[in-house]
Design a protein around this ligand. Structure first.
Ligand code: NAP
Length: 327
């Protein structure tokens, strides 16, 4: 069967290749085999492949943080899954046609879920959900502000907040994203740049924004923090600019702003499998009812993994880039 192999740490379009590997074989006790249908290529994959992530793998190695598919074989003693079930993989080696692992490596999904959407559930939907619910109690009518608002996480956040009546200010880099995000339920969309705080105040009628959500770092988190109301919280969860966070100390000393970091992997490590399954039961139901949906710009077979990497690194995409290992 085909698999993507990370041959070295380096530019993603150069170091990931498609290779032939042995089929996974029959499942052992407590194991299942899953055909992977769709895998999203996320910024975290690119960061890891290029040596800019929290962990650095020994190469060559398999890779792929996300993947969703269908159970094709079940080993003895497995009661939680059966052949034909749709699942999302918690493994980090999903860019492959088939994967064999313990049943607890897979989250059972509703039968009517779209597997391409489910391949964006593990990382981005959970991230949006947890940032929305963990740091600041938000009620109907409250405001939050986020940047990289046209990203997968950004779109999930707009949709989840809108469904709960929480209002969002959304910072983007290009005016072309303003109308599309408003159609998804964004209350305000602003283009990043000078005078951001004044423009946001004008859009919100001077509302006290309780939560700021930053994926960019650099000077962008500083401009976002200036928009957050007194005693608000800013959550940094991404490094898109590659620059250290630059925030005016005035915000901490005189305005009582709190800054926290979010990393999904750390939170997941603290949870029991039953808690993880319960969280994804709720979130996958929102995929099925249409609350959550992220556009897919392109899908590639494993043989074209290098083109897929280059595409995933492009700016101003209209959605996710995915791999379709089984066509
Ligand atoms: N901490 C965690 O646990 C966690 C979990 C999930 C995701 N994340 C992070 O969340 C962020 C978004 O991930 P995603 O999968 O949602 O992204 P995505 O759908 O692949 O979209 C990428 C986004 O990044 C924006 N972007 C790229 N470079 C930028 C820069 N220098 N300044 C401002 N914006 C920039 C793009 O804007 P344009 O369209 O204008 O190019 C686009 O909105 C990433 O940083 C990712 O690592 C973190």
């Amino acid at each position: 069967m085909k698999a993507a192999e990370l041959t070295a740490i380096g530019p993603a379009e150069n170091v990931v290749r498609c290779i032939d590997v042995d089929n996974p074989g029959e499942p052992g006790e407590g194991e299942v085999v899953v055909d992977i249908v769709a895998c999203s290529i996320n910024p975290a994959d690119i960061l890891l492949i290029e040596g800019n992530y929290a962990t650095k793998p020994e190469t060559p190695c398999p890779h792929g943080i996300e993947g969703a598919g269908t159970v094709t074989a079940v080993g003895s003693g497995v009661t939680s899954l059966k052949v034909g079930d749709k699942v999302m993989s918690l493994a980090r080696t999903n860019w492959v046609q088939q994967i064999r692992d313990k049943a607890e490596t897979f989250i059972r999904l509703p039968a009517d879920v779209d597997l391409a959407q489910a391949a964006m559930l593990k990382v981005n939907v959970a991230t949006a959900h947890l940032m929305l619910t963990t740091y600041v109690p938000l009620s109907k009518g409250d405001w939050l502000i986020q940047n990289a608002a046209n990203s997968g996480v950004g779109v999930d956040l707009i949709r989840l907040a809108h469904a709960d009546g929480v209002r969002t200010v959304n910072i983007v880099r290009r005016a072309g994203f303003i109308e599309p995000l408003k159609k998804l339920g964004a209350d305000a969309v602003v283009v990043d740049g000078p005078d951001l705080a004044q423009r946001v105040a004008a859009e919100t009628g001077g509302a006290q924004i309780k939560l700021g959500i930053d994926a960019v770092g650099g000077s962008a988190i500083g401009r976002l923090t200036d928009c957050v109301g007194e005693s608000g919280t800013v959550v940094n969860y991404g490094l898109l600019s590659g620059e250290p966070c630059q925030i005016d100390a005035f915000n901490f000393v005189f305005r009582d702003i709190k800054l926290v970091g979010f990393w999904l992997a750390r939170i997941m490590r603290e949870l029991e499998f039953s808690e993880i399954q319960a969280m994804y039961d709720k979130l996958s139901a929102r995929l099925v009812d249409g609350t959550i949906h992220v556009d897919i710009e392109a899908s590639y077979p494993l043989e074209k993994v290098s083109q897929a990497m280059a595409h995933a690194k492009r700016e101003a995409r209209g959605g996710k880039v995915q791999l379709r290992p089984n066509g």
